[in-house]
Design a protein around this ligand. Structure first.
Ligand code: ADP
Ligand code: ADP
Length: 228
């Protein structure tokens, strides 16, 4: 459903964050991206999520060439098709859990009452039906991440991209978030998750390993062959 082909990205003229990466993610797949800090995982996820454009190479979403879309078309497509979750939650501190989730539908063209109704349903799905009026600081880390996940999936995108979603959580809350990702995947959402957590990565059907801006192994390739 989404593929990057030969993408490269250099920051500040010399930091080669990505150096020719090709990866294709199928509908409904659950993939872990692992590798040392600075190996290019976040940069690749940002490219998959069309948050950033590569210097070289192609990004395709369901056959559409992202290059050919202007920023406006791309934003619309992104909101419909891709949900994002980050390590540090990125919630608005002054908005209630419900309003934070509803911002995931801000550009959907739906009226406010519909956005709030769908946000309430999404909070139910992540087990936070009784926390709708809470502000982020009144919630635990695990609950905040559940709010962020509800916001990411409130529009029912086919793809969820998560950058270290358990990185700021204790192991019990992290486990809850991992279970939630499994539930969403079981319901049909493709998930790509960057993680340092072997408990999460080892359980997933596909692991992609990065080093120095390249993919050095992909368990979806025949029996963990190194990718050169
Ligand atoms: P990872 O997610 O594996 O830790 P990143 O994709 O965040 O790796 O970073 C890859 C390399 O690119 C690192 O050297 C990082 O410092 C650099 N980098 C990432 N984003 C930026 C940026 N916005 N500006 C400058 N350098 C960046
Ligand atoms: P989160 O915790 O929400 O995942 P981080 O605090 O890890 O976010 O920040 C990641 C962001 O910082 C990414 O967008 C990445 O591109 C950017 N980044 C990473 N390394 C650098 C760098 N050396 N210089 C500037 N920006 C960077």
């Amino acid at each position: 459903m989404i593929a990057v082909d030969g993408i490269a990205k250099t920051y500040q003229g010399h930091v080669r964050a990505l150096d020719g990466v090709s990866l294709s993610v199928s509908e409904g797949e659950f993939t872990a991206v692992v590798g040392p800090s600075g190996s290019g995982k976040s940069t690749m996820l940002n490219m998959l999520g069309t948050l950033d454009r590569p210097d070289e190479g192609k990004v395709r979403i369901r056959g559409l060439d992202v290059d050919k879309l202007d920023d406006r078309a791309l934003s619309a497509l992104r909101e419909q098709w891709i949900g994002f979750v980050f390590q540090s939650f990125h919630l608005s501190p002054r908005l209630t859990a419900l309003d934070n989730v509803a911002t995931g539908l801000l550009y959907s063209g739906r009226r406010r009452s519909d956005r709030r109704g769908l946000a309430a349903e999404a909070l139910d799905r992540v087990g936070l039906a009784d926390r709708k009026s809470h502000l982020p600081h009144e919630l635990s880390g695990g609950q905040r991440q559940r709010v962020a996940i509800a916001r990411a999936v409130v529009g029912r995108p086919p793809l969820l991209l998560a950058d270290e979603p358990t990185g700021n959580l204790d192991s019990a809350s992290g486990e809850g978030v991992v279970e939630l990702l499994h539930d969403l995947n079981a319901a049909g959402t493709a998930v790509v998750v960057i993680t340092h957590d072997p408990d999460l990565a080892d359980r997933l059907p596909r692991q992609v390993r990065m080093r120095d801006g390249r993919i050095v192994a992909d368990s979806a390739a025949t029996s963990e062959t190194a990718v050169e």
